[in-house]
Write a protein that binds this ligand. Structure first.
Ligand code: DGL
Length: 257
């Protein structure tokens, strides 16, 4: 059993990428929607959410955790990861490693305020691609729009235009440094035009998780997914159907820790 967590809907992009990569392990997904958005919180608060999320997944007896929340990885990079009896696949570390042999030289990471404050993405990418210029910009308005079910709205389109207005000139790639942002990809594509590559770290995380679970002997499963939220389970279920196409996964409500 694999565990995947996020502050809300964004991690569904990682889950969907894992299934698209052929991962058929059983998965339990936890959305800490009671505390969303994480990106505007202090590092200490985010570290507390990370600890609680891992405890929720530990109760489900997961064998490994695939992180789908960059903000918690950014804070853990500096404050350290809680000790767990299972391995944790760090989304930012995976994203950084994916820049080996990258053709891109001027890379913008769009992320939450807490992730940008940490500088973790810049360090992770530069460690792999030292020649790259990395610009980190915060787009705190985007996560609430997605969580409110407005990802396909005019409000979302305009918010993405505003977010990319601050990009450095000559950027040749942007990285979705928050797992909610791929749900706004159509608006990023329209706002950026064809000359800027859009990189979703979920793809690299899915590939890395396939390797991890093969190594752990967890590769075979029945592809079941159990979803837990401490927010509104009905709205969450609708979002799962919309963003993953999964029509069978069970959704259960959890009391906020
Ligand atoms: N989707 C998460 C991330 O990748 C957290 C977004 C938030 O809650 O602010 O950072």
């Amino acid at each position: 059993m694999l565990g995947v967590y996020d502050s809300g809907l964004g991690g569904l992009t990682v889950l969907a990428a894992m299934r698209a990569a052929g991962i058929n392990a059983d998965i339990v997904y936890f959305a800490d929607q009671a505390h969303n958005p994480y990106g505007d919180r202090t590092d200490a608060e985010i570290a507390g959410f990370l600890r609680d999320n891992l405890a929720v997944l530990a109760e489900q007896r997961v064998d490994a955790v695939i992180t789908a929340c960059n903000t918690t990885c950014a804070v853990a990079e500096r404050l350290g990861w809680p000790a767990t009896p299972f391995p944790i696949l760090d989304l930012i570390a995976t994203a950084g490693r994916s820049f080996v042999a990258t053709p891109y030289r001027r890379i913008a990471v769009v992320a939450t305020a807490a992730t940008v404050r940490s500088g973790a993405y810049g360090r992770a990418i530069r460690a792999t691609a030292p020649a790259a210029e990395v610009y980190e910009i915060a787009a705190p308005q985007l996560v609430p729009i997605v969580e409110q079910g407005l990802a396909e709205s005019e409000t979302a389109r305009q918010a993405v235009i505003d977010a990319v207005a601050g990009l450095a000139p000559g950027v040749d790639a942007i990285v979705y440094g928050c797992s909610h942002y791929p749900l706004l990809d159509r608006w990023f594509a329209a706002a950026l035009g064809g000359g800027v590559a859009r990189i979703d770290p979920a793809v690299a995380q899915a590939a890395a998780s396939a390797k991890l679970i093969a190594g752990l002997g967890l590769a075979r499963g029945a592809s079941t997914t159990a979803y837990y939220t401490n927010g509104d389970p009905h709205a969450f279920e609708a979002a799962i159907r919309r963003w993953t196409g999964d029509t069978t996964g069970r959704v259960a409500a959890l009391v906020a820790p």
